[in-house]
Write a protein that binds this ligand. Structure first.
Ligand SMILES: [Zn+2]
Length: 139
């Protein structure tokens, strides 16, 4: 189990998310396929049912990557007015890759951040306590 000191959390979140490793032990795999989370860490047994990144990866991918790419594509069109096939071989692959490739690291960062910061949806305290072997605090 990784023990984080003050100020190390962000670095650990970025590293665990980028590599797709378990945010608790750093050894097991977070994903069982491209974007599908594993059920449990094969090394330390961390149960990934707590993780709920939902639409977060798609939202951040669109805002951080796709929006700037749209400006590049529009600039290409305005500056050079190329035939449509140029867009098929440049803009379309650029947009598809730019939207899809960041999804996994972003999802990894969100799940690692959720674990490190112990964030959970309202009303799931009992599930969190059960998953992590903690006693539930009285409400
Ligand atoms: Zn683990």
């Amino acid at each position: 189990m990784i023990v984080l000191k003050e100020g190390e959390a962000l670095g650990w979140i970025l590293k665990a998310g980028w590599k797709g490793v378990c945010p608790r032990c750093g050894k097991g795999h977070m994903f069982k396929s491209w974007l599908k989370l594993a059920d449990k860490c094969e090394s330390c047994g961390l149960d990934y049912r707590f993780a709920s990144p939902d639409d977060g990866p798609a939202f951040f991918s669109l805002c951080i990557v796709a929006l700037p790419l749209i400006f590049i594509v529009v600039w290409l069109e305005v500056a050079f007015t190329p035939p449509i096939w140029v867009h098929l071989f440049t803009s379309v692959p650029l947009m598809v890759a730019g939207c899809v490739l960041p999804l996994r690291p972003i999802k990894g960062w969100l799940v690692a951040s959720q674990y490190v910061n112990k964030s959970r949806e309202a009303g799931t305290d009992a599930l969190w306590a059960q998953l992590h072997g903690e006693e539930r605090k009285p409400d």
